[in-house]
Design a protein around this ligand. Structure first.
Ligand SMILES: [Zn+2]
Ligand SMILES: [Zn+2]
Length: 224
């Protein structure tokens, strides 16, 4: 990797994450790239806005400039969180996605449903994305699963205010699998902590407990 290559990253203002790279020279003369204040997600970077407990829902729209797919949610969401996995849709330049769940009977596609397609029909969550802009509008679980009956949604696709604020950060270490330098993880976790989000490398303890309880009831280790 040449110096020219590295400096082209640093002066390129369009590369949000990479523009925060800094260089230092190690003892053996090699350059080291380190990350400074990476963009986690636009709705987390500058602190979290609290939701409104009496908020009753709103509309999500894809990022097309015309004929947007529209999804209507008839209640607020729950378990809203940021996620580092490779499957959740995230906005350009963000390290993490922002994802929540809502009972599936509270969700309806209210415009341009013909533009939706399932991203990966073999996945546990069937993610419905806009064929034109690639935005994920909702994810649904059809098979027998602890979260069956809940749909996964991104409330940042709504222009309404009052959605539940993010509660925690899930699958944080998974950003390394997508190419994030492991040396930057301490900074990512401390930035999450500074805005009040606990970092986990699975889901939060209450959700992991819910999955384990469902599994134990299925196997007969706990009464159903
Ligand atoms: Zn679209
Ligand atoms: Zn995810």
């Amino acid at each position: 990797m040449s110096c020219t290559f590295l400096s082209s990253f640093i002066v390129n203002p369009d590369r949000k994450i990479l523009s925060t790279l800094s260089l230092s020279a190690s003892l053996d003369g090699n350059f080291i790239i380190s990350t400074m204040a990476p963009s986690l997600h636009p709705l987390v970077d500058n602190g979290i806005t609290q939701g409104d407990a009496s908020f009753s829902g709103g509309k999500l729209r894809c990022l097309c400039t015309a004929n947007q797919v529209e999804v209507s949610l008839a209640s607020n969401v729950v378990h809203n969180h940021v996620c580092g996995c490779s499957k959740c849709w995230k906005p350009a330049g963000a390290l993490l996605s922002l994802i929540a769940v809502i009972p599936k009977d509270k969700l309806s596609v209210t415009a341009n449903s013909d533009k939706l397609e399932i991203v990966d029909s073999s996945a546990a969550i069937q993610r419905y994305a806009c064929k034109e802009c690639g935005t994920h509008l909702y994810g649904r679980i059809e098979k027998d699963h602890p979260f069956h009956g809940l749909d996964f949604v991104h409330v940042e696709l709504s222009d309404s205010q009052g959605w539940q604020e993010p509660q925690f950060a899930a699958f944080v270490s998974s950003i390394i699998e997508q190419g994030f330098a492991p040396e930057g993880m301490g900074e990512v976790r401390s930035k999450l902590k500074s805005v009040g989000l606990e970092s986990y490398d699975a889901l939060s303890p209450p959700l992991m407990d819910a999955i384990a309880t469902w599994t134990a009831k299925r196997s007969g280790k706990l009464p159903a």
